[in-house]
Design a protein around this ligand. Structure first.
Ligand SMILES: NC(=O)c1ccc[n+]([C@@H]2O[C@H](COP(=O)([O-])OP(=O)(O)OC[C@H]3O[C@@H](n4cnc5c(N)ncnc54)[C@H](OP(=O)(O)O)[C@@H]3O)[C@@H](O)[C@H]2O)c1
Length: 309
């Protein structure tokens, strides 16, 4: 099969589009014919070796942990899925990924994809959608009527977090550059903050939850807009419990986990038109390096996806 692998850590030039052995489904696993693979920042963080102390990969490694495709074969013990099912997944990041024509995934990491969404858009949903769900609801406990500040609201995670928060009945403040303001209002953001010209802490009234997709000084300034008892949830850098305590607030760090049941909930929200998936760019598998370079510039609206077939 064709796949995009790395044999060493480094820049986009370490990505190799090549013939690779087709994997076989083992016990409790399914073999998926990949139709599309989403690109995420974790792909280039792993490519560059930034996560090598945290995740023990053996090289060569196929990148890409967002997939939509069709079940081609099932391993022993698989009961929920069958050959021909149209599925999507955020598979285990410690294993070979989805920049390939085939991927083997554990059954409990796979759900049926949304019926009204093509494979390209379905492949854009799992990682960012699960991240939004696990940060806002599992860690942040966001409920109806609460206020949430979402940094990077037009990005992969952000645009889905906005819509999930809206569905939950929260009031949403989102940061973005000017070109994304109308886009965010259409998605349901109540207050858009132009982060390039306005300091958000000067215009945002206290919030219950901050979703930090940026880290650094944006995370540090975010404490100032949290209510006492509120929570800052970061997906980029563990927030300091000491600083949280000084503000009478709480802190959490989320590293997104595979979750078939949450994927099924996301699929249902797409099918009932509560959330939509925005894909900015579609590229062929062979152009994975170009897709990563574009993503690394940090201004994607929604997602970048590789079309495999
Ligand atoms: N811990 C986890 O499990 C986990 C999971 C998913 C993602 N992440 C991390 O979370 C981060 C975001 O991921 P993503 O997929 O959403 O990335 P992304 O799609 O590349 O985010 C791009 C967005 O960020 C916005 N942006 C850039 N600079 C900004 C700033 N200073 N203030 C506000 N917005 C800004 C851009 O908006 P403009 O074009 O309007 O500037 C763009 O829409 C990445 O670092 C990723 O690795 C972690």
């Amino acid at each position: 099969m064709k796949a995009v692998s790395i044999y060493s850590y480094g820049g986009p030039d370490v990505l190799v589009y090549e013939d690779a052995p087709q994997p076989q489904a083992g016990v409790g696993e399914v073999l998926v014919r990949v139709h599309a693979a989403g690109i995420n920042p974790v792909d280039w963080k792993i490519r560059e070796g930034h996560l090598k102390d945290m995740i023990k990969h053996t090289l060569p490694l196929v990148l890409g942990w967002d997939v939509s495709g069709v079940v081609e074969a099932i391993g022993p013990g698989v009961t929920r899925l069958k050959v021909g099912d149209e599925v999507f997944s955020r598979p285990d990041i410690a294993r070979n990924g989805a920049y390939a024509e085939y991927i083997v995934i554990r059954e409990n990491e796979v759900a049926l994809k949304p019926k009204n969404l093509d494979h390209v858009r379905s492949a854009a949903l799992p990682l960012a959608g699960l991240t939004a769900w696990q940060t806002l609801f599992d860690a942040g406990g966001l409920t109806t009527g609460q206020r949430v500040l979402i940094h990077g609201a037009a990005g992969g995670v952000g645009h889905l977090a906005v819509q999930l928060a809206k569905w939950k009945g929260a009031q949403i403040i989102g940061t973005a550059s000017d070109k994304n303001h109308d886009f965010l209002r259409e998605l349901g953001v109540d207050q858009v903050v132009a982060y390039q010209t306005v300091r958000f802490e000067e215009v945002v009234q206290p919030v219950d939850v901050v979703l930090d997709t940026m880290g650094g000084e944006i995370q540090l300034r975010s404490w100032k807009v949290l209510k006492r008892g509120g929570i800052l949830v970061s997906i980029v850098a563990p927030p300091s419990p000491e600083i949280a305590a000084a503000y009478g607030a709480r802190a959490a760090f989320v590293f997104t986990q595979p979750h078939a049941a949450q994927l099924a909930e996301l699929a249902q929200l797409v099918e009932t038109e509560k959330i939509k998936v925005i894909v900015e760019t579609i590229l062929p598998l062979a152009d994975a390096a170009r897709g990563q370079q574009q993503g690394e510039r940090g201004h994607t609206r929604g997602k970048i996806v590789l079309r495999v077939i």
